[in-house]
Design a protein around this ligand. Structure first.
Ligand SMILES: [Fe+2]
Length: 196
């Protein structure tokens, strides 16, 4: 006797299991001890500082994209391109910071509402600003990041977390300093055609 196939029964096993819920596997603010020869307290302090740096770097990244879209005036094209280049570089830093947090056994911030609650960079208006105001806003944000990054780098070195110190010094500080230079030169008031 031939066995008939029960299509409904078979298809039940081929469908994606949806709307599943479960508890968090690691709550925010709690550290997992990783076998990386670092004290748990050192990892915990680094994670806390890196999450602050992450929130501020994500905000600076988004500020660059906002300005990339909304820039106006005779320098539109060069600023439009420059802002997007800096956005890409800040995006790379965001990923490096977040993955460092996870490597230390922490939980990285990720979502916009949590970033907005954490960042120290003042909230930008929803509307457009003139290019000099955009640039001032960016320079202020960079300085907030650089100030905290220098302090955090020293503290990481003090607790022997060389990996975090290296990330902050080699990537975050140097990238932010270079971006300040490129953006800042646009608001130096030099003559365009005549020297006087
Ligand atoms: Fe674009």
């Amino acid at each position: 006797m031939t066995k008939t196939l029960d299509a409904d029964e078979i298809l039940k096993h081929a469908a994606p299991l949806q709307r599943q819920q479960g508890h968090e596997i690691q709550p925010y603010g709690h550290i997992i001890k990783m076998p990386i020869a670092l004290e748990e307290s050192a990892c915990s302090e680094s994670v806390e500082n890196l999450n602050q740096l992450l929130a501020d770097t994500m905000t600076l990244r988004d500020l660059y994209k906002k300005h990339h879209w909304q820039v106006a005036g005779p320098t539109f094209y060069s600023l439009h391109l420059l802002f997007d280049k800096h956005f890409e570089e800040q995006s790379g830093l965001v990923d490096a910071i977040a993955e460092r947090i996870q490597a230390l056994g922490g939980v990285s911030l990720a979502m916009a509402p949590d970033v907005a609650e954490t960042t120290l960079i003042p909230r930008a208006p929803m509307g457009r600003e003139a290019a000099p105001a955009q640039i001032s806003r960016l320079l202020h944000a960079h300085e907030i990041v650089l100030k905290e990054a220098r302090t955090m780098a020293r503290l990481a070195a003090d607790r022997r977390d060389d990996g975090t110190n290296d990330l902050i010094v080699s990537s975050i500080i140097r990238t932010n300093e270079a971006q300040v230079w490129f953006v800042g030169e646009h608001v130096v008031d030099t003559p365009l055609v005549r020297t006087k």
